[in-house]
Design a protein around this ligand. Structure first.
Ligand SMILES: [Zn+2]
Ligand SMILES: [Zn+2]
Length: 428
């Protein structure tokens, strides 16, 4: 038994906000929420419980990260399921969705099962794998989507690359609609991408680096929305980075299509002006222009965007310590996501409740599940401070990799405890 005592609840799904802001106690019994009451009103029921004092802290439903790379199997020198999920717990995440671009690719049920078995043995948080859309994510033959669904995947994607052709995407979507799985696409028109290492613009010219235009992404989003309409399958746009893409999602939603999208903390925080020859600023999609970044923040505020997702993409130092042109794409993200999102809250750009939605009920909706603080719901909670001051040091990260552009950044606000299935798995 665990008693979360005297916390301020912020739960967009239950509508708990400042309207009735009296602190609450939450009693967790086994792996579930057993009772919620005004502070001090649970009485004898909580007598034997371990107590977590949440005074002056926010208690939110457990955060879900729809998009990460745990690198196991095959990339264990950069990350393992154990190290990656420990970093996720430190970031306040109670569930993470690893992309299938491991070695081997998660394109069949035996790989899915082995990931889930490993996670059950070592992960402090829930691991909900995403299966590949095509065999080897090569964009040719369909993967074993139905068998992977039975094994436990929650979505389908060829992330790392786009689903190669409109024809394949249509087939994938027809299957996924029948199986009630969302298709998540890394949107990129590869013919415009070739050889590019950052966003095309003034800064790419200044640095003499090959750039890709924003249309690289938005062209693919337009294709996906139309195939989505053709098949009526749920479509989720991964790591959306361009204003043109956001406008397409906004229009699709206005037309009633089941289209959702996510934005990463690095895309709503940084711009292409931050890119020098430092490979910690190299990711795909690349950092966008200031106008695009401001449009993304507007989309977070107005509800067009459904989720904040990290795209945590660890690479061991040996891979990233090379010239900008040769380095792999990707940055780590679990431990800095909440701090960066709170920067938007402190700046008055989004409300605290909206931020919580982007980490909880928003991503849950993308997966077709619910996430809220209520009796009998799973005992997954993220407890955080909006004020705690700290500095992120990549060398102290639980991740095996150090490739963060936010190394040394100071934050106001941090995860204070991560609770999964009624147990504290991280506490600051
Ligand atoms: Zn991607
Ligand atoms: Zn990714």
């Amino acid at each position: 038994m665990l008693l979360i005592s005297n916390g301020r609840l912020r739960d967009p799904a239950s509508g708990a906000d400042s309207v009735n802001d009296a602190p609450r106690d939450i009693l967790l019994v086994g792996d579930r929420i057993a009772a919620i009451a005004l502070h001090g009103q649970l009485g004898a029921r909580a007598n034997d419980a371990e107590i977590f004092d949440a005074t002056n802290l926010i208690v939110a439903p457990g955060f879900i990260d729809l998009h990460c790379h745990l690198r196991e199997p095959g990339g264990e020198s950069s990350e393992t399921i154990e190290s990656g999920t420990r970093a996720a717990a430190r970031g306040g995440f109670t569930a993470v969705c690893p992309m299938p671009n491991t070695r081997p690719v998660n394109d069949n049920a035996s790989v899915t099962r082995s990931i889930l078995e490993r996670a059950a043995a070592v992960s402090p948080v829930r691991v909900w794998p995403i299966g590949a859309a095509s065999v080897g994510s090569k964009g040719e033959a369909l993967s074993e989507i139905a068998a992977m669904k039975q094994a436990g995947i929650v979505a389908v994607s060829d992330d790392g690359r786009p689903i190669a052709t409109a024809k394949l995407l249509r087939q994938v979507m027809e299957y996924c609609r029948a199986l009630d799985l969302p298709v998540i696409d890394h949107c990129e028109d590869s013919s415009l991408f070739a050889g590019a290492v950052m966003r095309e613009g003034k800064q790419s010219v200044r640095l003499g680096l090959r750039g890709m235009p924003a249309a690289t992404e938005s062209l693919a989003v337009a294709r996906d929305v139309q195939i989505g309409e053709l098949t009526n399958c749920r479509l989720h746009i991964a790591h959306l980075s361009a204003r043109g893409s956001l406008e397409l999602v906004r229009a699709a939603k206005a037309n009633g299509l089941p289209v959702t999208c996510e934005i990463t903390p690095h895309h709503f925080t940084l711009t292409d002006e931050d890119v020098q020859y430092d490979t910690r600023y190299k990711m795909n999609p690349p950092l966008a222009s200031r106008e695009d970044r401001d449009a993304l923040i507007a989309g977070l505020a107005d509800g067009t965007v459904d989720a904040i997702a990290t795209d945590h993409a660890p690479h061991e130092p040996a891979l990233k310590d090379v010239e900008f042109d040769r380095a792999p794409f990707g940055v780590t993200g679990f431990e800095t996501a909440l701090g960066l999102a709170l920067e938007l809250v402190h700046a008055g750009k989004i409300s605290l409740l909206r931020m919580v939605e982007l980490f909880t009920s928003g991503p849950a909706r993308v997966l077709g599940i619910e996430r809220r603080i209520a009796e009998n719901e799973p005992g997954d909670l993220t407890i955080f401070s909006t004020e705690h001051k700290w500095t992120f040091r990549a060398e102290e990260s639980a991740s095996k990799s150090r490739n963060s552009p936010f190394d040394g950044r100071s934050f106001r606000g941090a995860p204070m405890a991560t609770i999964v299935a009624g147990r504290i798995v991280f506490r600051r």
